[in-house]
Design a protein around this ligand. Structure first.
Ligand SMILES: *Cc1c(COP(=O)(O)O)cnc(C)c1O
Length: 354
């Protein structure tokens, strides 16, 4: 008899964090400026038989829009149901045999490790300081895949371009694929999509959940050389992105009215202002190239601080142990300034009472 579930699956947990309602949620890096208007327009205009038929096998219209946005050919794009799906399929195409592992520069995106387990692999975490010191550390022991987030969630830093090149050189033509997660690239850092289209060992993943304000739509894509795209699409299967999701996502990617550039510019300005305001309180914000800021938990106990600030109406996310010196951190999603002010009011009320 084969037991259910499979042995290496048992310790996996369902994704969970506090979702009890809060007046202002600045904890998950979604777009605080709202939903992309071009996507909303597509959804409003859906006609009577918009959903009776299956969508395109591989979302050709979305693919074309992503290719135009990234500046690459359509054969260099794979789409997915959120970039989590793109990551999942990339993991699945990379490994799964016993002993396979994904090499991860950490701390990073919370799904990087569980996705390895889901796909029958282990995760090996290398602290960012060590990885930045020598990229070859990520390659030791022959990983099935290397995961690097750039700009990195939750620290906000951008691994230098020369470091990425050194990592790719060390991986060589026959080494593991390097999965570069560019979920936040619209907010800072140099995009490497055109490089990925030509490189046999680089795949860049992107999402419409952040700068494009479409987290509820679940659309993401990958940019890679055509042979890599083919393998990822095999792991993905057909009909993944819904018909309206593909249409709305394509309209947002075209961004004809410049909604993304406008809101991103405001976000970047508010990020600088919030960094200064945190620094003035001695909270050591890490310089960020994304739409969030990681800073020191005021009491040293991140989960406790997050709960206390939440009790005052604003959710931020705790990251225990993720300050560079191992101290607890909190992560704030950057928002329109009146919302950021509400966060500072809650923070100040809490720290005044302590
Ligand atoms: C939010 C986020 C994603 C987005 O995933 P989707 O499935 O596209 O919503 C991917 N990677 C990182 C690092 C993120 O923070």
């Amino acid at each position: 008899m084969s037991p259910f579930p499979r042995e290496d699956y048992r310790e996996l947990k369902r994704y969970h964090f506090d979702r009890t309602p809060v007046a202002l949620d600045l904890s998950d890096n979604t777009n605080q400026w709202g939903t992309h208007p071009a996507a909303l327009e597509v959804l409003r205009r859906a006609d009577d038989d918009a959903l009776a038929r299956y969508p395109d096998l591989y979302a050709d219209n979305l693919r074309a829009a992503a290719a135009a946005r990234a500046g690459v050919a359509e054969e260099c794009i794979a789409t997915g149901c959120g970039s989590d799906d793109v990551l999942d399929c990339t993991y699945r195409a990379s490994g799964g045999g016993s002993g396979d592992f994904v090499s991860i520069a950490a701390p990073t995106f919370s799904m990087a490790t569980p996705l390895a387990r889901m796909n029958g692999m282990r995760a090996r975490l290398t602290p960012w300081a060590e990885a930045l010191d020598d990229p070859e550390r990520l390659l030791s022991g022959d990983p099935a895949l290397v995961y690097v987030c750039r700009p990195n969630n939750p620290t906000g830093h951008v691994a230098p371009r020369a470091w990425i090149d050194a990592l790719l050189d060390a991986a060589g033509e026959n080494g593991p694929l390097v999965l570069l997660d560019e979920a936040y690239v619209d907010f800072g850092g140099d995009p490497l999509a055109t490089h990925a289209a030509e490189h046999p060992r680089l795949l860049v993943s992107r999402t419409l959940s952040k700068a494009f304000g479409l987290a509820g739509l679940r659309v993401g894509y990958a940019v890679a050389a055509p042979p890599t795209v083919l393998e990822v699409e095999k792991a993905r299967g057909p009909y993944k992105v819904g018909r309206l999701s593909a249409q709305a996502g394509a309209a947002a990617l075209a961004d004809e009215e410049g909604w993304v550039s406008r809101t991103v510019a405001e976000c970047v300005a508010n990020r600088a202002r919030a960094e200064e305001t945190l620094a003035a309180r001695g909270l050591e914000p890490l310089p960020s190239s994304a739409n969030f800021i990681l800073f020191r938990a005021p009491s040293g106990d991140g989960p406790r601080d997050a709960l206390a600030i939440r009790a005052r109406g604003v959710a931020v996310r705790p990251f225990p142990g993720d300050m560079p010196d191992g101290g607890d951190a909190l992560r704030l999603t950057v928002a329109p300034w009146p919302l950021v002010e509400r966060f500072f009011e809650a923070l100040d009320a809490y720290t005044a009472e302590r």
